[in-house]
Design a protein around this ligand. Sequence first.
Ligand code: XMP
Length: 519
Amino acid sequence: MTHAHQRLLIIDFGSQVTQLIARRLRELSVYCEIHPYNRVDEAFLKNFAPKAVIFSGGPSSVFATGAPMPPTGVFDLGVPILGICYGQQVMMHCLGGKVERGHGTAEFGRAYVTPKDAKLPLLDGWFDEGREQVWMSHGDHVSKIAPGFEVYGTSPNAPFAITADVSRSFYAVQFHPEVHHTPKGAKLYENFVRLAGFIGDWTMASYKDDAIEKIRAQVGDKRVICGLSGGVDSSVAAILIHEAIGDQLTCVFVDHGLLRLNEAEEVVTMFRDNYNIPLVHADEADLFLGALEGVSDPEVKRKTIGKLFIDVFQREANKIEGAEFLAQGTLYPDVIESVSFSGGPSVTIKSHHNVGGLPEKMGLKLVEPLRELFKDEVRALGRELGLPDKFIGRHPFPGPGLAIRCPGEITREKLDILRQADAVYIDQIRKHGLYDEIWQAFAAILPLKTVGVMGDGRTYDYALSLRAVTSVDGMTADYYPFTHDFLGETATRIINEVQGVNRVMYDVTSKPPGTIEME
Ligand code: XMP
């Protein structure tokens, strides 16, 4: 089987950090895929034709009944294999070594590995300081290495921390090189792929060309519809599909009246004027805001918006004759989660999640051209497709929009104030060169009026809360430490420039215990 790129196969034994292995490899321009151990058999291996294989870590013990095992034939492929943590143990177990239960030798957290023979090419650049910090997380440990293997590094509780059978190119380490707490871990992966003969042919330019070919082959002469949110993922998906099939793509942008200042115009201009992509702009502010009148419960707000969104999208999509496909910006982390053997939701539920079951209801097939990419790779692809940096680097914006930044009842007056205040706040952040340092920043309007004094008069206006967080994935977050000068200047600007606000506060809650959004 020939493939467009050299491919590396990661066999997943259930570690929490398997995705990080893929990240480290993609950073080295190596194409890799993660597959659960129980979905990989000999036929799969033959078809996948990996140039190297990595066994991930995992929570199991090789002694457990039904313990995860590598697929038959993997050791006979004649390609380099790297085993990590459980991956090491299972490798030793299969090849004639011995694994023992923890009993006093478990190791969790930071440890130091010292060299036994630093000449192993896998360890080029390691041990300059005599020992190297690594991250351990194991209960069981290898007590006897398999025939043909030698020891190249030890830690106090892992006498076989780094082992290798150089003649067969089998490498096995007890620690996790993919995590940040193993500072030279990336170097170890770099050495591994180099000695496996990878040339680093996974580039965004080549990905783009392949993806365009695939979309053409999948869609033929049929039509595709794509829901646009103005976010990066759906925009990149739409522009890529447009490059592939031109006017066979129609985008639908549902404006629910809860967007930021000028957002609808920016999205519509970019797609219609800059890219000439057919775009239906459904201006449904009255519909959404009407339905939200008097609603202050956060869950009712979300459900109302979600349901109306689907109704409008479906109505608009029905008008597009001959549409057989629905495009979605599903990313690789969603795909990995959905195929996880350890209880992730099924593929169907997950991949349809974004549009609430629409594809089945409407009899549409999915086009998901980003399903092999991580978020930062989507941004790189966006750049490759010529999207402006300003657009690509935009902070995330939630589907329910300003509704969840307006706790309590939503009114048009409050939304107008919020839009203007948010624009001033973001302008301040950009002017101070902080936008890219911050993961997400926004203003929220509080359900609260306070007394102030402006000029010689009394004011009774809304209070605003500003939020800015740093985060990696939005799951946890910390507040951004603005200087007092910045905060003071921003509060002054907002109160001077936005009528209806007389008080500004800065939210210093982390997540947890807070969430990023107000609701
Ligand atoms: P929370 O508030 O849960 O937000 O800490 C985490 C991240 O998710 C975004 N978010 C949403 N995104 N639809 C979305 O597309 C939603 O319903 C939604 N709710 C929250 C939020 O902006 C933050 O980036």
